[in-house]
Design a binder for this molecule. Sequence first.
Ligand SMILES: NC(=O)c1ccc[n+]([C@@H]2O[C@H](COP(=O)([O-])OP(=O)(O)OC[C@H]3O[C@@H](n4cnc5c(N)ncnc54)[C@H](OP(=O)(O)O)[C@@H]3O)[C@@H](O)[C@H]2O)c1
Length: 289
Amino acid sequence: MHVFLAGATGAVGRQLVPLLHRAGHRVTAASRSEGGVAWLREQGADAVRLDVLDRGATAEAVAAAAPDAIVHQLTALADGSLAENARIRREGTRSLVDAARRAGVPRIVAQSICWAYGPGDEPADETEALDTGAPEPRATTVDGVLALELAAAELPEAVVLRYGMLHGPGTWYEPGGLIEQRLRRGELAADGAVTSFLHVTDAARAAVAALYWPSGAVNIVDDEPAPARKWVPVLARALGVAAPEPSSDRPRWARGADGGLARTAYGWRPVEGSWRTSFERLGGPRAGS
Ligand SMILES: NC(=O)c1ccc[n+]([C@@H]2O[C@H](COP(=O)([O-])OP(=O)(O)OC[C@H]3O[C@@H](n4cnc5c(N)ncnc54)[C@H](OP(=O)(O)O)[C@@H]3O)[C@@H](O)[C@H]2O)c1
């Protein structure tokens, strides 16, 4: 397949370029920067310098590539702004989907998240509704996710990957990253909020596999949804930081996600292990002591 990859230099995209090549696909990949374009060329991709918020340039780039599928791994999270990220979900997806429709590209695989479901007590499966009507700041995130998923679904074949919270290389959870900094500043609660995690390499593998999946949304998560009071102490121990006092407070939407559909219908499963394996490894010899 010829794949047009948007978000090719991000945490998932960087891993995806070689995986797509190894699976025999041709890759045209986009970045806004000269450095990104140069890196993508070194990886053997056809690279295009593109800001997807420029709708005309996006239409031209997609038409020129004439791919079989678009893989959308765009986020705008480098500076942690929920509003910027919602904007790229809404306007970036709109731009890509319009470009695909004009160029006759039938298929999109798009990155979404698994924590936009409405309230509940068990991990959510894909039949459950998104949490529309939630108060801010959550509304910004959920509305962005909804716009992304609805726009993607305008194409004849659209797979939406509702990823768990990414950990592993290049993510907030790598040593010295955002989460370690928050832990050291005492800003991380060990409460009852449940998270479903996903190793970033498993996220990239799922995107390759999803090129052949049927249309629809699918949770892509590890096998161990966990409350913060369970995973925060594991992370704190590995990093040699005192763990915060545990509590059982939980926003009712923080319930994790059920990964059964990906496993039973599509045969996808995580191969990198759960958050536990990854966090324990962060401490090297200290882990488990
Ligand atoms: N599910 C999750 O938990 C999840 C998902 C994604 C990210 N994250 C976190 O967010 C952090 C930052 O993510 P990241 O490293 O992937 O970086 P990022 O800044 O979010 O960028 C991701 C990708 O989107 C591209 N992009 C953004 N805006 C664009 C635009 N207007 N036009 C074209 N391309 C655009 C970037 O390309 P260029 O900059 O090369 O143009 C890059 O390839 C990570 O540490 C990760 O932990 C978490």
